[in-house]
Unconditional design. Structure first.
Length: 309
């Protein structure tokens, strides 16, 4: 089976590695154009491109797949199947129809819940009991195709966006290998999604990572976990930005944002309902530290009664 792989971030690269480890014939890779990255903003290849080049696989990086020239290029590859994982470009119907067996997608949610760009983080933020990966046959709608295979995992009270991402990357890679093997043996008939159960996972942005202390503490605790490692929740204290990398539910009441207590166990801050204990922080120019380390050296900066904004 001649496979074309389309993907961009690390999540996708792990799927590509799994296909290669399984001995599948990946004849080409499609990935987003190189983007500026790092302090120098130099153009950097995606994780998928880096992996493909290491294995001598041809890489294609069109700006769009709506271009007839790009479509003709894809057709010339003679693919039996396209495997798509977090690619980031819209695939028009002509592209979906080009491979003999069409296109399948590994999506990091239990569809139809959390269609869209940020399903992992939205599941943690919403307090979902479980998440998973759905391998679907792609169609023109956004994550609407028939479901070929589903795998699930509980979301624990300690899960962050990062830890769930890593677990789903492993589960999704194995699920894609299984789906490809089944497709190689014969047709797969997918389960049609119930659109009435669909929810949309909006793309993450830095603005919503600012902690609104008027919100309930349990909502903010989930947000802190969901947005770690990106975009990282933040607030400000004494006019300086303060990144919050870990927190747990605390005790006490007060004006939203008011520091209620500070100890080696954490910085307890009043919320609209309940309180949040901040346990890992990052100050400007510093590295992430457990609050116990900050408390030892900067106790006066976190005096009870001060207010985070």
């Amino acid at each position: 089976m001649r496979i074309v792989f389309a993907g961009t971030p690390e999540f996708a690269a792990q799927h590509l590695q799994a296909l290669l480890d399984a001995g599948r014939q990946v004849v080409a890779v499609y990935t987003q154009p190189d983007r500026p990255a790092g302090r120098g903003q130099k153009l950097a290849p995606s994780p998928v491109k880096q992996l493909a080049l290491q294995h001598g696989i041809a890489v294609y990086q069109p700006q769009t797949l709506r271009d007839p020239a790009a479509q003709a290029e894809l057709k010339s590859l003679g693919a039996d199947l396209m495997v798509v994982v977090a690619y980031g470009l819209i695939l028009p119907q002509v592209v979906l129809d080009t491979p003999r067996l069409g296109c399948i997608n590994s999506h990091a949610s239990l569809l139809p819940r959390w269609r869209g760009a940020a399903p992992i983080q939205r599941a943690v933020q919403a307090g979902d009991a479980s998440s998973g990966v759905t391998v679907m046959q792609m169609e023109a709608g956004l994550d609407t195709g028939p479901m070929l295979l589903k795998v699930s995992t509980p979301i624990t009270a300690d899960d962050t966006g990062g830890s769930l991402h890593d677990r789903l990357a492993q589960l999704g890679s194995a699920a894609v290998i299984e789906a490809v093997s089944k497709l190689a043996a014969g047709p797969l008939h997918g389960e049609v999604q119930d659109d009435s159960q669909a929810t949309y996972a909006h793309k993450l942005n830095k603005d919503e990572a600012r902690l609104d202390w008027s919100r309930p503490a349990d909502e903010l605790e989930r947000l802190v976990r969901a947005f770690n490692p990106w975009p990282i929740c933040h607030s400000s204290l004494n006019g300086e930005p303060l990144k919050v990398l870990a927190a747990s539910l605390g005790e006490g009441t007060g004006q939203p944002g008011q520091i209620l207590a500070a100890s080696k166990d954490g910085l307890t801050v009043a919320c609209g309902a309940g309180a949040l204990r901040l346990t890992r922080l990052q100050l400007p120019g510093g590295k992430p530290l457990n609050f116990a380390d900050l408390y030892n050296s900067r106790r006066e900066q976190f005096a009870p009664g001060l207010v985070l904004l």
